[in-house]
Design a protein around this ligand. Structure first.
Ligand SMILES: NC(=O)c1ccc[n+]([C@@H]2O[C@H](COP(=O)([O-])OP(=O)(O)OC[C@H]3O[C@@H](n4cnc5c(N)ncnc54)[C@H](OP(=O)(O)O)[C@@H]3O)[C@@H](O)[C@H]2O)c1
Length: 173
């Protein structure tokens, strides 16, 4: 992120901000003057992330695979400017012949349904000119052998739909 990019005093919610890409986003946003809220399912990891981010960063425990918990989380959060969703788990890598469809369904819980829940319950609280960023990877465009499920849950179509549906929020993957 570049200096002067408009994050000063903005409220940025990073779901999956306790590690990896989400933590890096939280650190960068805070360094640009944003008020960051780090959300993930693990209290201790959130506390470590808050120490790493510093400043006025806050934390909130939420299991985003639980729709009701997601709804409660956003209703208590109040208004904000930007939602960044980076929550993810281990990739489900199998070739099609050995893919267990029950396991494959579970692979969508966090990476698709939880992202959709965050969009559904979060977007009514986003201020004008706000944004939603979802995280995916190259699997959908350049899948490798055994990536049949990992290549299937890409949210690109969802982010194309967002600006039209809300009339005020941009969506990106
Ligand atoms: N890293 C890469 O090179 C790369 C490349 C392409 C795409 N991606 C994709 O980008 C996303 C993020 O990757 P990453 O490397 O940053 O992953 P990561 O370091 O494993 O971070 C995943 C985050 O999700 C949180 N999380 C997991 N289960 C959760 C739940 N039920 N509720 C709330 N939060 C939960 C974790 O926090 P807690 O454990 O504290 O809950 C953690 O903060 C993933 O979808 C990944 O596939 C990553």
């Amino acid at each position: 992120m570049l200096r002067g990019n408009g994050l000063q005093h903005k409220r940025v919610i990073v779901v999956g901000g306790s590690s990896g890409i989400g933590l890096a986003v939280a650190e960068q946003a805070a360094s640009q003057g944003a008020h960051v809220v780090i959300a993930s399912s693990n209290h201790e990891r959130i506390q470590r992330a808050i120490e790493s981010v510093g400043g006025e960063a806050q934390g909130q425990v939420v299991d985003v695979s639980d729709e009701r918990a997601v709804a409660t989380f956003f209703s208590k959060l109040g208004t904000f400017d930007h939602l960044v969703f980076t929550a993810g788990d281990s990739l489900h890598l199998r070739n099609l012949a050995t893919t267990d469809l029950q396991q494959a369904r579970r692979a969508f819980e966090l990476r698709y349904w939880a992202a959709l829940a965050a969009v559904k319950y979060g977007s009514p609280h986003i201020r004008k000119e706000g944004s939603i960023v979802l995280t995916t990877g190259i699997a959908g465009q350049r899948p490798q052998k055994g990536w049949v499920i990992a290549a299937s849950w890409h949210q690109y179509g969802l982010t194309q739909y967002l600006p039209e549906s809300s009339g005020r929020t941009s969506g990106r993957t």
